[in-house]
Design a protein around this ligand. Structure first.
Ligand code: NAG
Ligand code: NAG
Length: 279
């Protein structure tokens, strides 16, 4: 049921944005009301997190402005608004860390360090495939379309594009490119993935606000609540259960830097090297 909230809210905001173009006063009223996220993430904090996102070397230069992030959060009222203030700050830090790893332009000796280069890419550069799971008949691939990684979370696979499209009101299967062309939509897809449970996986949101209760199977697989479990949800099949995986430690590095910027501790279970991926 909770999943319906973003859907309805997004459709409402979409209709409102059309309607408000005819009603300037209403539009101004709406845009003047600050989104709750602005209390946790100010523009200056955002800019000090993503120091190099508009660097000339970054293909996403100009694509991830503060306003687009803030606007997208309006569709997901539970994001970073559940639990104690520290829980909220930790959830934002975790979300921003995961999208940073997904779009990183950093390297070990990069200016300002490897974790100052989040949001550098908007789409996968040399995809190994078109990410079409043809066995998934609920979300059939459209011929000629690629479901490669796009946007802050690098949304991939036909079934993710299809479901995100349905929830957010765009044609994910027929027009996946829009995720790399529309900044607000791009952030919405990342938040949709973060907020939405896809069984047997919990949502990253539920993990970070400690609302997730592991099943017996989760306990047997060491899928303990912590930042590492969000990595398992995002890309566990490729990254978890592997000692010292570099991708996992890059995610952790981003999280540690951001947790400091948000003045919150990271909590335990940062990696997923002892976890088995979800089936
Ligand atoms: C949308 O993005 C794709 C790939 O990112 C690009 O080829 C295309 O020109 C873009 N279309 C528009 C209308 O910006
Ligand atoms: C769970 O973690 C422990 C180490 O803490 C490890 O010895 C064990 O193999 C792990 N179990 C699974 C199923 O990965």
């Amino acid at each position: 049921m909770e999943k319906q909230i973003p859907l309805l809210l997004c459709l409402f905001l979409f209709i409102f944005s059309i309607a408000s173009s005819f009603h300037e006063t209403e539009a101004r009223k709406h845009s003047n009301k600050p989104a709750p996220i602005t209390r946790l993430v100010s523009r200056s904090l955002y800019d000090s997190i993503f120091i190099h996102k508009d660097n000339n070397a970054c293909p996403a230069k100009g694509f991830y402005p503060y306003e687009a992030f803030v606007e997208a959060t309006r569709c997901f009222p539970k994001f970073a608004t559940v639990g104690a203030p520290t829980t909220r700050r930790r959830e934002v830090a975790a979300f921003l860390a995961q999208i940073s790893h997904e779009t990183t332009g950093g390297w070990a000796t990069a200016p300002d360090g490897p974790y100052a280069w989040g949001l550098c890419f908007k789409e996968e550069v040399s995809p190994g495939s078109i990410y079409c799971d043809a066995t998934n008949t609920d979300w059939p691939c459209v011929p000629g379309k690629s479901y490669k990684g796009r946007g802050p979370i690098q949304l991939s696979w036909n079934y993710n594009y299809g479901q995100a499209g349905r929830a957010l009101g765009f044609d994910g299967l027929g027009n996946p490119e829009s995720v790399a062309n529309n900044s607000v939509l791009a952030f919405k897809t990342a938040l949709w993935f973060w907020m939405t449970e896809q069984l047997p996986k919990p949502s990253c949101h539920d993990v970070m606000v400690n609302r997730y209760r592991p099943t017996k199977a989760d306990l047997a697989a060491n899928r303990t609540v912590g930042f590492g479990l969000t990595t398992n949800i995002i890309n566990g099949g490729l990254e978890c259960g592997i000692p010292g995986d570099g991708r996992v430690s890059d995610r952790v590095g981003y999280f540690q830097r951001y947790a400091q910027l948000f003045n919150v501790n990271t909590g335990p279970y940062l990696d997923c090297e002892n976890q088995r991926p979800f089936a």
